[in-house]
Design a protein around this ligand. Structure first.
Ligand code: PGA
Length: 250
């Protein structure tokens, strides 16, 4: 089970060190839990020395679709790898809405990140309006197919677990409104079917849920058959809650 903490734009270095040390020292995290943390990129070099001899994996919250050059404020896949990360989150709904990132940007970024050797977590999710007018499955299908790694004229070999899909309904993110078990099962099964159609050789692509996951609701969510883990925002900033979520993955 993947238990991924997306810290977003939170923590200074002192808080980050405290949070990571509390997670590392916990005896409650099951050995099977695949713990990943995604701090703000400026904190990655602070955290890497702490986690490098542990099972915790480190990732960035975004990457550039370019290799290097005049791209003020961006960081490349090579830089992310060089800093000790194995993962990158792409297409989070906050980047899609606030930075106007499109699925085609996400697709190019995921192509670049994978070809450099990073594993990607590609986020997709519908708005409240799309849920209410019942267009959400077709919206998600389009988002998924157009965010997967593609580059004009190039093919990419993808291996097991190199791509993870995070289903994060926008209306459930940071709102305290969690999707119901039925909502989650329906969408996760749908995503898995779409993925089976896209990748003929049926590579393993985990599908994880995100949106107001906390210490209380996580045990139910993690028990669902189609759920391979969770992407946790707010609750990943409190070590007790994050550890409890990991414990609930057993
Ligand atoms: P949340 O965020 O857990 O605070 O709802 C999840 C996410 O945006 O990844």
């Amino acid at each position: 089970m993947i238990i991924a903490g997306n810290w977003k734009m939170n923590c200074d270095s002192r808080q980050a060190i405290k949070l990571v040390n509390e997670i590392i020292k916990s005896n409650d995290i099951p050995i099977e839990a695949n713990i990943m943390i995604f701090p703000p990129s400026i904190l990655i070099p602070v955290i890497f020395p702490l986690i490098k001899n542990t099972k915790i994996k480190l990732g960035a919250q975004d990457c550039s679709l370019n290799d290097n050059g005049a791209y003020t404020g961006q960081i490349s896949s090579d830089m992310i790898l060089d800093a000790g990360c194995e993962y990158v989150i792409l297409g989070h709904s906050e980047r899609r809405s606030m930075c106007k990132e499109t699925s085609s940007d996400v697709s190019l970024k995921s192509f670049k990140a994978i070809s450099k050797g990073l594993n990607v977590i590609i986020c997709i999710g519908e708005s409240l309006k799309e849920r209410e007018d019942n267009s959400f499955l077709s919206i998600l299908e389009t988002q998924l197919s157009s965010s997967l790694p593609q580059s004009i004229g190039s093919q990419i070999e993808v291996s097991d677990f190199q791509i993870t899909i995070a289903y994060e309904p926008i209306w459930a993110i940071g709102s305290g409104k969690v999707a119901t078990n039925e909502n989650i099962e329906e969408v996760h099964k749908f995503i898995k079917n779409c993925l089976n159609d896209y990748f003929e050789n049926s590579i393993k692509i985990p599908v994880i849920y995100g949106g107001s996951v906390n210490a209380n609701n996580s045990s139910q969510i993690l028990k669902l058959n189609s759920v391979d883990g969770v992407l946790v925002g707010g609750a990943s900033l409190k070590s007790d809650d994050f550890i409890k979520i990991a414990k609930n993955s057993l």
